[in-house]
Design a protein around this ligand. Structure first.
Ligand code: GLU
Length: 507
């Protein structure tokens, strides 16, 4: 029987989630759900100097908004916890020491000054930042060259030290990436990375391998920026647990901005944020407006992200999360970077606003209206209005300009647009039309239109010439959906009142 699929998203809580990060979560999630597997979120906070308070909460809020619920995490529990690496600190040392014992790693006692001295000694124009690697390791202070007794005594005296991997010379490390196929690295050019730091914390490299093993991860999908670290991880797997136990790797291509790599600055420049939500940088206090605040619905955001680097092989682009779970295939993720296009993102949002019932987003729209000073009291009426105008909206704030007049009767009606053709018989028409409205029971756009046309005909006026004045009376300007549909939603009493008060102002 094949192993249960277990994937993980392993963010470091160093800031807000960017677009690429959320897409990594999404692809992990889609794959796990499709395979009936588990989706785990592990917080990789071993580099405490880069820790940003609030980042972890932000990550989980983003996932919640997107509807990507983890099966196991710091917030959701699970049998493989703790899911925060700093809380697993004690579990890593034994693996690092095991590597030293097997000769794959070594203790290094070099002080900061000694490391600086090595770097300034070797720095040249061609080699501006010399590494601690096979070419220098035998000139340094480590257990590879110090006598065993000295190493033991240094350790006994608690001399600050790290454990470094001993990168083999001249080996080729290869693996099959699910997206890229065969990938190879020459170990001679890779430095002796620190695995365990002086404070006993593991580095990312050791922690990620140990935890993927202990948490029984079967597939590791992560950003392409981690590809250079892959050979280190593969060697650690080989030395500690055996390569057969290793997860299958997929390195996801970068998301590109219009002019190359997508950066936060790009976000500001092109008028869109990279973050999924409002993110206040605790260091600078700067708030980045996110997709949520810009008025995206999560369905569109998720759909748009899924399509950044993947499609199902057809022209189809609009997919719900459930459909994506069925159709997604990690092998079909494109190798090249995907270009983020804000206009396309807006197109997805427009499609989803049209597709979804207004109940899905009415709360957000209510807040937008509240900020404009309009409190919504009648939800049934509100939903009818949203349903009527939703096809005209791209982002949620657009609902305001397309429907504010349903909640605010025009105070003054400007008849200028119809003045040239206005006359007393048209005014009389509206008096009698409004009177007839009182007796209508079937308050539907179609019945209203029929009545309107009949009355116009018997008054000998072209109905087409009366529609714009009617619109002006109902909404105060030359805008809005079809006029009888507006009247239907406004309701009988409000329509009559609006026409009445407009006629009082009519020339
Ligand atoms: N902690 C790494 C990050 O911040 C995880 C990389 C991986 O998935 O292996 O992205």
């Amino acid at each position: 029987m094949s192993k249960k699929v277990r994937v993980r998203f392993a963010p470091s809580p160093t800031g807000g989630l960017h677009l690429g990060g959320v897409r990594t979560v999404l692809y992990n999630y889609l794959f796990a759900k499709q395979q009936g597997g588990d989706f785990i979120v592990r917080i990789e906070d071993t580099d405490q100097s880069r820790y940003v308070a609030g980042a972890e909460e932000y990550i989980f809020e983003t996932l919640k908004w997107c509807g990507l619920q983890p099966d196991e995490s710091t917030q959701h529990g699970g049998d493989f916890g703790p899911y925060r690496q700093s809380e697993r600190k004690e579990s890593y040392r034994k693996y690092a020491e095991d590597l030293v014992e097997k000769g794959f790693a070594y203790y290094a006692f070099d002080t900061g000054e000694e490391l600086d001295a090595m770097r300034s000694r070797l720095r040249t124009a061609d080699n501006p930042s010399p590494q601690y690697d096979r070419t220098v390791r035998m000139d340094m202070r480590n257990s590879l060259l110090l006598p065993k007794e000295e190493v033991d005594s240094l350790l006994q005296q608690d001399t600050p030290h790290v454990i470094r991997i001993k990168m083999p010379e001249g080996e080729t490390v290869s693996f099959t990436d699910v997206i890229r196929g065969e990938v190879s690295f020459d170990t001679s050019v890779i430095d002796d990375k620190v695995l365990l730091k002086a404070d006993g914390m593991p580095t990312y490299h050791l922690a990620v391998v140990v935890d993927d093993y202990l948490m029984q991860i079967t597939h590791a999908f992560r950003g392409e920026e981690w590809l250079p670290s892959a050979p280190v991880h593969i060697l650690l797997w080989r030395y500690l647990f055996g390569e057969e136990a290793m997860p299958q790797w997929a390195h996801l291509p970068l998301i590109l901005g219009p002019s190359g790599k997508l950066s936060k600055r790009d976000g500001a420049k092109y008028g869109f944020p990279v973050f999924g939500m409002n993110w206040k940088d605790p260091k600078t206090g700067e708030v980045t407006e996110g997709f949520k605040e810009a008025g995206f619905v999560p369905e569109a955001f998720v759909n748009m992200l899924a399509m950044l680097g993947w499609n199902d092989g057809t022209e189809e682009e609009v997919f719900s999360l459930e459909e994506l779970v069925q159709k997604f295939s990690i092998e079909k993720v494109h190798k090249g970077g995907a270009k983020f296009d804000f206009d396309k993102a807006k197109w997805f949002n427009h499609e989803w606003i049209k597709k979804l019932p207004p109940t899905n987003y009415k709360l957000q729209v209510k807040n937008i209206f509240a900020a404009k000073g309009v409190e919504i009291m009648d939800d049934v009426y509100f939903e009818k209005v949203l349903e009527l105008v939703k096809d005209r909206c791209t982002l949620l704030p657009d609902f305001w300009e397309h429907s504010f007049f349903f909640f605010k009767a025009p105070k003054e009606v400007d008849f200028t647009p119809v003045l040239a053709k206005w006359n007393v018989s048209k005014k009389d028409f509206f008096y009698s039309f409004n009177k007839t409205l009182h007796s209508i029971n079937d308050w539907k756009a179609s019945s209203l239109e029929t009545l309107f046309k009949q009355l116009a005909e018997s008054a000998g006026i072209k109905a087409g010439e009366l529609q714009l004045p009617m619109r002006l009376m109902l909404v105060g300007g030359k805008f809005g959906p079809p006029v009888f549909e507006i009247a239907e939603v406004l309701g009988k009493a409000e329509t009559i009142t609006r026409i009445e008060s407009a006629l009082e102002q009519a020339p």
